[in-house]
Design a protein around this ligand. Structure first.
Ligand code: 6PG
Length: 241
């Protein structure tokens, strides 16, 4: 991994404010150049304050197109639903047309069928030919203390998938839907939001030249990547942090 592009913030509040500004700048640029902003959301706890802060944003919502980078295989109403969280925190409160918000489907008995359906949704939206990967304007990612990102968990088959956009992740036997590594790496911009001292060990391995990507999957993300860390996560990992 080349030298990571890292910014360190005092705490979650400061990180959230900077992420909001960065995201809105990316939206303004994408809409000016391409008439639309394609954004893939992360789940977990860290991005929730960012989503809540976007309710008050002044931006042309009609040009926003929302997708998810991964999802727990539960209904939208379930408390573990990444999409459910984002709707409650933000999307139910802004005028993005519902036809431009694409939660991952979790109804099918077979998660592979759901993965295939979401892949078709992406192929249609981006007008892709076979074998092509879309370039999202921005993909938000988090990282677990085990170094997983999206639902790309250590030592799972999902890490090897190179010819699909969407695959089935596996968290302790529980199915997940997730963007594949090549889809993420095709993004115009990737932004990691990582907070908490329990992330230091994984970050150390991910930023070092010897980290094992099968043990720390976030290391497989080698595209145009920016890392926003809070002080607690960066301590002892990033110089002068
Ligand atoms: C998920 C996420 C996952 C998350 C990390 C970090 O569905 O759980 O997409 O990849 O980003 O687990 O989660 P926290 O932000 O809660 O630490």
């Amino acid at each position: 991994m080349s030298t990571p592009n890292v910014r360190v913030f005092a705490d979650l509040t400061a990180l959230t404010a900077a992420a909001k500004q960065f995201l809105l700048e990316q939206a303004t640029g994408a809409i000016a150049q391409r008439g639309q902003f394609t954004l893939a959301l992360a789940g977990g706890n860290t991005p929730k304050p960012l989503y809540e802060s976007l309710v008050s944003a002044d931006t042309p919502w009609l040009q926003w197109h929302i997708f998810w980078g991964d999802e727990r295989y539960v209904p939208l109403e379930h408390t573990d639903s990444n999409a459910g969280m984002a709707f409650q925190a933000w999307l139910n409160h802004v005028p993005i047309p519902k036809t431009q918000i694409h939660p991952m489907p979790t109804e099918d008995a077979d998660p592979q069928i759901a993965a295939d359906r979401y892949e078709q949704t992406l192929r249609q939206h981006f007008g892709l030919r076979n074998g092509e990967f879309p370039s999202f304007d921005l993909i938000l990612l988090g990282m677990g203390s085990d170094g997983h990102t999206a639902s790309l968990f250590p030592h799972t088959a999902a890490l090897q998938v190179g010819d699909r956009l969407i695959t089935v992740g596996n968290k302790d036997g529980q199915p997940r839907l997730t963007f594949t590594v090549p889809l993420i790496n095709h993004a115009r911009q990737i932004l990691f939001l990582v907070t908490g001292a329990n992330k230091q060990t994984a970050l150390h391995h991910i930023f070092s030249s010897t980290g094992d990507p099968h043990l720390y999957p976030a290391r497989l993300i080698t595209g145009n990547t920016l890392w926003f860390l809070d002080q607690a996560a960066a301590e002892g990992v990033v110089d002068n942090a």
